[in-house]
Design a protein around this ligand. Sequence first.
Ligand code: GLP
Length: 272
Amino acid sequence: MRVIIARNYDEMSKWAANYVASRILEFNPTAEKPFVLGCPTGSSPLGLYRQLIKLYEAGKISFRNVVTFNMDEYVNLPEEHPESYHSFMWTNFFSHIDIRKENVHILNGNAKDLKVECENYEKAIEAAGGIDLFMGGIGPDGHIAFNEPGSSLSSRTRVKTLTTNTIQANCRFFDNDVTKVPKQALTVGVGTVMAAREVLIVCNGPQKSRALHHIIDDGVNHMWTASALQMHEHGIIVCDEEACVDLKLSTYQYFMDKQTLEGALPQYIDKF
Ligand code: GLP
């Protein structure tokens, strides 16, 4: 796995967004051969989305031939609820770019049959040719999408019950009231994310440092589901300094030396 340590949140976001934009440009997508992008929600990727919007506004990139699949959605929360992941994606990203509505895929947490909804989602990903690049964030307990601790590392899209930890972490979006946070979600599996041709995770802030330590310093473990990234052929974690405070000093220095020697930070921060 590649680990890129940016100095702060803005640099992390810029690096990640410019990397994604470069990948799309290199791919040169067409209507017949679109680029398939996996999308996360959460506060971590907000800066990444802002930078992608800037690149679009500056005419550097188009999303016309990009197909998206979102990671997850709450169960039984109306789509138009301001905290639904549908609302999040349109408010923070899709409404600001030239993506075609029919190219956007987000799980329907209000579907009559949730199991069928999940099975169809996997089929739709397959029909689109698989995901070229899955972007993601991680929860404070190291979860990816809503794959809570103990999730199978080969899991596919399904219903998950959220842990108390996640409900507490997300109650900031629901008037700090845990009773208002949905208790279940539909989520792509760890296996779904790992099947993408490339995975790029953003991770920032001290509240993620313990998770980052387990994901990078330790071995693959179902209690820190994002650690499955160690098994991916093209996995990248872009983090900020604050998220690194619990990393082993030797790990931190190893990745720092490597990125300095390779000039990896300016390569994408200064790209556009
Ligand atoms: C939720 C989402 C995850 C996200 C996590 C962290 O649990 N399902 O995809 O990574 O929150 O969110 P934040 O970036 O706000 O810390």
